[in-house]
Design a protein. Structure first.
Ligand code: GSH
Length: 215
């Protein structure tokens, strides 16, 4: 039995962030689906793994974690010698990777997650999209992507010329958004558009999407 266990739903962005990291690191793991429609994430035993009742939860032997970005960082450092090097590995790059990981979490994700909810998830579950929220969050995301366009004119990836966690953390929301009207925000910025094409073509990401199909 694998020591690494991921409890989540492959339909969710936060679960996909962890799965993408595990596939990049070529690690064996067990995926345990959480039936969110039945509210399993709001009940025991899931609450003992994440008291906030949000997926994913993660175990590696005795270590138990939640919060997808904390999990991906743990995996990238603990298994530094396996698969893709995701944390830079030298003292010049590591702080820059951390910086752009913070930008993803605090500048990009609030607008991107809101748009994912409004434009991708709500239609899937039969809820009505709030067009005012879409307008507001597209304007917020456009400003962030203007910064990304300048950044990606200087380096191939967010932190350097190497793919890292700073890029990987964006994948789950970008995947949903390029299937919606918000795709225009990425397409209209040439460097952002080339970066999106590059990171979404990674074999690890195809494996994440294939995991979804198996559920
Ligand atoms: N910051 C958390 C966010 C976790 C999160 O919001 N998970 C969502 C799915 S992407 C969830 O469990 N939603 C269920 C709910 O809100 O009840 C992480 O990155 O792990």
């Amino acid at each position: 039995m694998a020591a690494i266990k991921v409890y989540g739903s492959t339909f969710t962005t936060a679960t996909r962030r962890v799965l993408a990291t595990l596939y990049e690191k070529e690690l064996e793991f067990e995926f345990i689906p959480v039936d969110m429609r039945a509210g399993e994430h709001k009940k025991e035993p899931f609450l003992s793994m994440n008291p906030f009742g949000l997926v994913p939860a993660f175990e590696d032997g005795d270590l138990k974690l939640f919060e997808s970005r904390a999990i991906s960082k743990y995996i990238a450092y603990k298994y530094a010698d396996k698969g893709t090097q995701l944390t830079g590995g030298d003292c010049k790059k590591t702080p820059v990777i951390s910086l752009w990981m913070e930008v993803e979490a605090h500048q990009f994700d609030p607008a991107a997650s809101n748009l994912t909810w409004e434009l991708a998830i709500k239609p899937l579950i039969g809820m009505e999209t709030d067009s005012a929220a879409v307008e507001e969050n597209e304007a917020r995301l456009a400003k962030v992507l203007d910064v990304y366009e300048s950044r990606l004119a200087q380096s191939k990836y967010m932190a350097s010329d190497c793919f890292s966690l700073a890029d990987l953390h964006h994948l789950p929301t970008i995947h949903y958004l390029i299937g919606t009207q918000s795709k225009k925000l990425f397409d209209s910025r040439p460097h952002v558009s080339a970066w999106v094409a590059d990171i979404t073509a990674r074999p690890s990401w195809s494996k994440v999407l294939a995991t979804q199909n198996k559920q």
